[in-house]
Design a binder for this molecule. Sequence first.
Ligand SMILES: [Cu+2]
Length: 112
Amino acid sequence: MTPRPLHPAVRAAALAAALAGCAGAASQPARHDISIQAFVYQPAREPVHPGDTLVFVNHDAVPHTATAADGTWDTGEIPANATRTVVVRDKGIGAYKCAFHPTMKAALTPAE
Ligand SMILES: [Cu+2]
């Protein structure tokens, strides 16, 4: 079975629905790559919108986590050389840390 091209009206409706879902946000959901290397999140401060996706990549030889200080999100354990993804919500924008290494701290900041 071959996929049928979407009718333009269907595409327009899907786009309108996607835009309405943004609830006034000016931009589409974005992806933010945050690397962990030598016990440091890079970048340490990342501007984000609710709905954006965070992709954490652990380049260290030991496991880490990225855990929101307010407890609203948590990657869980990110093994060495592994990747974990979380979606940003309103409440989770703020400080986060590694559950295993209290000195590892970073933050999500509200994007303009
Ligand atoms: Cu850690």
